[in-house]
Design a protein around this ligand. Structure first.
Ligand code: SF4
Length: 364
């Protein structure tokens, strides 16, 4: 097995840049977070409502599925009213690709291998997308790998995924179209990591990272975090989508947290909380949950320390913007390194929030 080499994110792979609406992907652009709506795309109001929720959670690009004419007909209203770029996700139906371009979608996800049987459609799509400045994502998934490659490799190996992606690209390249980004997704992070590493070495297209069918929230979060962490730390990856069998807002939160943890996106809220132990003099789990919930959506970035006793408590609390070190049924409240008061345990959360609200965090 090939071992994954870690490297600092500063050694970022140099990819060409595509513009998805007003969001640059690739080159030196910040890594962006994507998700996909779960509503019927033809239900314009429900889809726009979900897009608004995703945007509020930190989503920068959203994809909508277009399996029917009704969905294609809804695209113009969605693309016009969404505040983030909308990508139309299309399989097998070239007419929906043209509809998406005409509707003002910021990009289209379509695999030309699926539509080359339709006369000259790949050339026509390349031409229409090129004229409109609409990039295309080629998305190779283990579950829908071309039969020819399945026969050649026996299963969806990293080499099979890469060969499939580059072949799909070649179908557009022969018409002079290179406004492309690529994904090569697999449910197994080890296969996925290897596939992206190989693909990164074979082309300069921007890469959309994803562990497909990653599973329910806990497992999917772990799989995506591990795979994206390895790749992004090696400078590979230009945009990410965490796939969870959970509401898409959760995907966005996880994606944003992965980027924040790697220092690829400014931190918003960071809770520094101890794991508790036999010395704890407060219910640290409960307190950490309550503080996290109370600060959710706080408008400025903050680091808040929640510590269970005086062993490491004062040290961590002092280093944070706000902190509490608990003991004897009380909490010592720290603000920027100074103890400002001691309150009963029942008042810890409200005191932290009160202190956060009453200060100007824009100054040091
Ligand atoms: Fe245990 Fe105190 Fe450390 Fe929390 S801060 S893990 S309670 S020693």
């Amino acid at each position: 097995m090939t071992l994954v080499q870690l490297g600092p994110p500063s050694l970022r792979r140099q990819s060409r840049q595509v513009l998805v609406g007003d969001v640059p992907v690739g080159g030196n652009a910040p890594v962006s977070v994507q998700s996909m709506t779960t509503t019927l795309t033809s239900d314009v109001d429900a889809t726009l409502q979900q897009i608004a929720e995703l945007t509020a959670a930190g989503c920068q690009i959203v994809r909508v599925a277009v399996p029917s004419q009704d969905d294609a007909d809804a695209l113009a209203r969605i693309a016009k009213r969404a505040t983030i770029p909308v990508i139309a996700d299309i399989h097998f139906q070239p007419k929906y690709v043209f509809a998406a371009i005409d509707a003002g979608c910021a990009a289209v996800r379509v695999n030309p291998g699926n539509i080359r049987q339709f006369d000259d459609k790949v050339r026509e799509i390349a031409s229409a997308a090129g004229d409109a400045g609409v990039p295309i994502r080629i998305g190779v998934n283990a579950g829908s790998l071309d039969k020819r490659l399945l026969e050649k490799y026996g299963k969806a190996t990293p080499d099979a995924l890469v060969e499939s992606a580059l072949w799909e690209c070649s179908l557009f390249e022969e018409h002079g179209f290179r406004d492309i980004k690529i994904s090569v997704k697999h449910h197994d992070p080890v296969v996925m990591i290897d596939a992206y590493r190989k693909l990164a070495a074979r082309c300069d297209y921007p890469l959309h990272l994803g562990v497909t069918e990653a599973g329910p929230r806990f497992q999917g979060t772990i799989k995506s975090s591990v795979a994206f962490g390895v790749l992004l730390a090696a400078g590979i990856g230009d945009t990410i989508r965490v796939s969870l069998s959970a509401p898409p807002v959760e995907e966005v939160k996880v994606g944003a947290q992965i980027l924040e943890s790697l220092g690829l996106r400014p931190r918003r809220l960071e809770i520094v909380s101890c794991p508790s132990c036999g010395r704890a003099q407060v219910d640290v789990y409960k307190l950490a949950e309550e503080v996290t919930a109370a600060f959710d959506g706080f408008p400025v970035p903050l680091r808040v320390a929640v510590m269970g006793c005086v062993v490491n408590g004062p040290g961590e609390a002092r280093e944070a913007d706000l902190g509490v070190s608990s003991g004897n049924g009380k909490g010592q409240i720290f603000v920027r390194g100074e103890v400002i008061r001691t309150v009963p345990e029942s008042k810890i959360v409200e005191t932290l929030i009160e202190e956060a609200m009453n200060r100007d965090w824009s100054t040091n």
